[in-house]
Design a protein around this ligand. Sequence first.
Ligand SMILES: Cc1cn([C@H]2C[C@H](O)[C@@H](COP(=O)(O)OP(=O)(O)OP(=O)(O)O)O2)c(=O)[nH]c1=O
Length: 192
Amino acid sequence: MAQKLILASASPRRRELLAQLGLDFKVIPSGIDEAFLPSGPPELAAVRLADQKAADVALRAGEGIVIGADTIVVVDDIILGKPEDENNAREMLTRLSGRWHSVYTGIAVIDTASGRKISDYEESRVKFKKLSPREIENYLKTGEPMDKAGGYGIQGKGALLVERIEGCYYNIVGLPLFKLGFMLSHFGVEIL
Ligand SMILES: Cc1cn([C@H]2C[C@H](O)[C@@H](COP(=O)(O)OP(=O)(O)OP(=O)(O)O)O2)c(=O)[nH]c1=O
């Protein structure tokens, strides 16, 4: 590969998922504040944040192909980001209990040299089992909810909350690998 690959993320999950593809890359977390979600359709808010993260790091790095991503959970037209505190995580899990919801990951790839950018999003559908108050309290005690959109992690004990999924599993963990591979191929990054 001619150009350096840069992952604009502080998420350990995203780092592991990108490493799964066997690519050499550097990690530079973005300084984008996610407290204020852009308005409009939720999936486009995720794309906008992914764009902002990639653009911020592209500007600072001054070189390379930069990947930015943002994951949100949407249920009843309400966007669930990362919980603010335990109470907020409890509210999220209660809302998700027994229901289907959508997980959107917005993804942006910028070639710093040419300024060319592609962005897109992936949607996965997730069905939660009906949770008892005791299950919710016990899950909160695992500490898993706090740094994750929707207050759960499917890759951890959160697997026990998820009855079924439709769509890309990796998208739920934070990086839709199939879509990302397709996007990278447009920048001349051949993985297979
Ligand atoms: C739904 C779900 C989310 N998540 C995580 C993926 C993301 O890391 C996080 C959503 O937060 P994001 O704001 O998308 O990402 P981040 O703040 O962790 O990292 P950065 O902005 O630097 O890239 O939720 C899981 O790990 N498992 C899950 O099942």
